[in-house]
Design a protein around this ligand. Sequence first.
Ligand code: PMP
Length: 425
Amino acid sequence: MSDTATLLTRRAQLLGPNMTTFYDDPVHIVRGEGTWLWDADGNRFLDCYNNVPHVGHAHPKVVQAITDQAATLNTHTRYLHEGILDYGERLTATMGNDLDTMIMVCTGSEANDIALRMGRAVTGKTGIICTDNTYHGNTDLVSHLSAKKTPIGGAVDWVRKVPSPDAIEPLGGSHEAQAQAFADEIQTAINALEADGHGFGTLILCPFFANEGFPDLPKGFLDPTVDVVRRAGGIIIADEVQPGFGRTGRNFWGHERIGLVPDIVTMGKPMGNGHPVAAVVTRPEIMAEFRNRFGYFNTFGGNPVSAAAAMAVLDVLEEEQLVENARDTGDYALGLLGQLDHPMIADVRGAGLFLGVEFARDGNTEAAADFCAKLVDDMRHRGVLLHSVGRHYHGIKIRPPMCFDCAQADFLVETLDDALKALPV
Ligand code: PMP
């Protein structure tokens, strides 16, 4: 038996409680191709949410690269192999700014864990600053940055959380004041860490503020923040797990888009199109300091199959011009979303194929959470998969595979329009 109820019971018994699923009627997906997914009953869904199958579900070129390498050899980095080197050279060539050394790992969490430890190794300070509405992963160290639940063992005072920038309620009271207000918050957190004896070492942020609801921020927004961090001798980590690999359409990296030069870049999710591969990229002196202090080895990180999967993703991005597609289709979809007419729409925004609609009830975003949850479920029943985002989960996040096309954008927005008209406000 594999019906939904049976699968849910087996999961609860076997995997433990509190394992979340998406949607009131969880989807049992059995197959994917491009931007489409099929459930066990043969129903087709337009995938407007999953950024991991970056170049499309089950892309034949990525599947072939994984298959060929798996059929030849898979081992670890204590043996010599060209795969990791060829990939590392190609990846770091997309960055500049001396960001030309790399550690390959298996998850974004591991990448951020290493990056934070690099920050500590080079600054000698334990204090970390992140936003108050973020997620960077699940290792012991990284779980201290999560906004949603107190970490096991309790909150620590060497992590300071600053208010994240917001589209509707900008820090400092206006969009013009927001960049300086954000930097001021970071300065306050730096002072507190120094006063408490931890010292300030590292600022970690997603340059697109993806989990924070991706407010539209101008290029240069982080300039005042960079000044504050540099004056304090700190390190900046750009977590590119979500905006990286061209997602935002006009830049390959989110940090490029906002005009930030980070010291360390982390990436994961889209990197292997579903194969578990992630990485940390940094300057040689930071890499050397970390490697000399800790003999880092990761059994699966950088194995030849992972390197082949990741290389194939770069090939397909280029061959199919998917970054350009994200720009053009993203612009088209954003234009359509902007034409939606509904009293609860508070903002429509995004870049490339990372788009969103934020809702508010009588100007109150928290009061729109319920409506947004119903909308997400309703869309699922209409055959379009997306999900919620934002401090109160009061907005929808649209982040399809990069091969999303204009006809699919039409279908998405028409379906959204129907759902919005049908749902009681
Ligand atoms: N950083 C960000 C910004 C993320 O959104 C996530 C996962 N949602 C992670 C890191 C962690 O990545 P992983 O699940 O691969 O450990």
